[in-house]
Design a protein around this ligand. Structure first.
Ligand code: SF4
Length: 395
């Protein structure tokens, strides 16, 4: 029996640029609304960082043909890492990534970790060139309700400290729609972030109640009011107005930026580029149709990596799932969805409802069409996920 061997010369193939995400699963304390994977004990920190080093070496072949353009340290709270830990992590990355292609290196930082010493180290001794700061609110009463580990004044001071240390590329996380956040307080949070502090990128998330969080348990015990959809809608209107007045581009439902300050890392996710998630609970996507995720348990992650086995499960996305994903990410972003290209790629069976659903949302003013693409309007952004779901292929 003859066997055909098809060797592809990597030099002749254009490989999509990709990103690396590294999950650091440690936090000082548990915020009430959070359902990310983290622990509040540092007991396994050095074993986990050792396993991360090993995982980088173990998986380097997966991205060897792709120019890595972005690195994102998320969590958890990566800003809790000591300078020697970060130094070691970047030394390992430098062995397995060509930094010549890297354009953006982000660290998620909480205000209480942004000491002058840490900021100077990040700025001068590491490739970090972007800070994503978990401020959430400039009111102490909100921070206490969320069980955040920092105060409002710490946020203001640390941002000015970061600016003085030379960081110009910064993002702030703010949470809106909290029942105890008045419209005046929300407006003041926006004025502080966009006006006084002139932060070029803002990520705004409506407070959602995730299962098994302290917030969900408290609601179940009826300690918190639940009807905050109206508040969230009002806060979103105020956000829209502030973004327009202050020249921010609303480039994704939860993300606004001044021109040139969009998150390259997240934009690549939304455009379907490949990414490799390292560390416990991290997710990866190969840019085609394979998605994988690692075990959300530090001890199991360490044990498995120490035995040379990736603690990951994976799935092959069907055409239908890829289509749903494209609709969701396209509609949520300012790039919209190219209608004829989508129909040509996925075929009439999967895309059969596009015209009908489009007509419905065009007439309600939630979607506009310009050229070949459809986009959400401001009214549409308020219910982005529900509109995307109306286009989904569900058989
Ligand atoms: S600091 Fe971030 S990851 Fe940690 S508990 Fe709070 S929200 Fe979650």
């Amino acid at each position: 029996m003859s066997q055909l061997c098809t060797m592809i010369d990597p030099k002749t193939v254009q490989f999509l640029p990709g990103g690396i995400y590294i999950h650091i699963p440690f936090c000082k304390q548990a915020c009430t609304y959070c359902n990310f994977h983290f622990v509040t004990s540092l007991r396994h920190k050095s074993a986990l960082l050792g396993a991360l080093d090993a995982e980088i070496a173990l998986r380097a072949h997966e991205w060897r043909h792709h120019p890595i353009q972005t690195i994102y340290l998320g969590g958890g709270t990566p800003s809790m890492l000591e300078p020697k830990d970060l130094d070691n992590l970047f030394k390992t990355l430098e062995k397995h990534i060509s930094f010549a292609n890297v354009l953006e290196v982000t660290i998620e930082a909480n205000p209480d970790d942004m000491s002058l010493e840490n900021l100077q180290f990040w700025q001068n001794e590491t490739p970090i060139n972007r800070l994503s700061i978990g401020v959430q609110s400039f009111y102490d009463s909100h921070l206490v309700a969320m069980n955040r580990a920092h105060s409002a004044s710490e946020s203001r001071v640390c941002i000015e400290r970061a600016q003085n240390a030379g960081f110009t590329n910064m993002s702030l996380d703010l949470i809106y729609g909290m029942p105890d956040c008045s419209d005046t307080e929300w407006q003041s949070n926006l004025d502080m972030a966009m006006g006084q502090l002139a932060i070029p990128h803002i990520s705004c998330y409506a407070l959602t109640v995730e299962p098994n969080t302290p917030l969900a348990k408290s609601i179940n015990r009826k300690k918190n009011p639940t009807a905050w959809d109206d508040i969230a809608a009002r806060h979103m209107d105020m956000l829209e107005a502030a973004a327009q007045t202050r020249g921010y581009d609303w480039y994704e439902v939860s993300n606004l930026s001044k021109p040139g300050h969009e998150s390259r890392h997240n934009t690549a996710y939304w455009q379907g580029h490949p990414y490799w998630g390292l560390g416990p609970a991290a997710h990866s996507f190969d840019g085609e149709r394979t998605r994988s995720w690692q075990v959300a348990n530090n001890a199991q992650y360490i044990k498995s990596i120490e035995s040379g086995i990736l603690p990951a499960e994976s799935e092959l996305l069907s055409d239908s799932e890829l289509y749903n994903e494209l609709i969701m990410t396209g509609l949520r972003s300012k790039f919209g969805v190219d209608i004829p290209k989508t129909i040509a790629r996925f075929g009439p069976d999967i895309t059969r409802d596009i015209d009908t659903v489009l007509k419905r949302y065009l007439s309600s003013g939630s979607i506009v069409v310009a050229g070949d693409r459809m986009y959400l309007t401001h009214a549409g952004r308020r219910m982005a996920d529900a509109i995307a779901a109306a286009f989904f292929d569900v058989k």
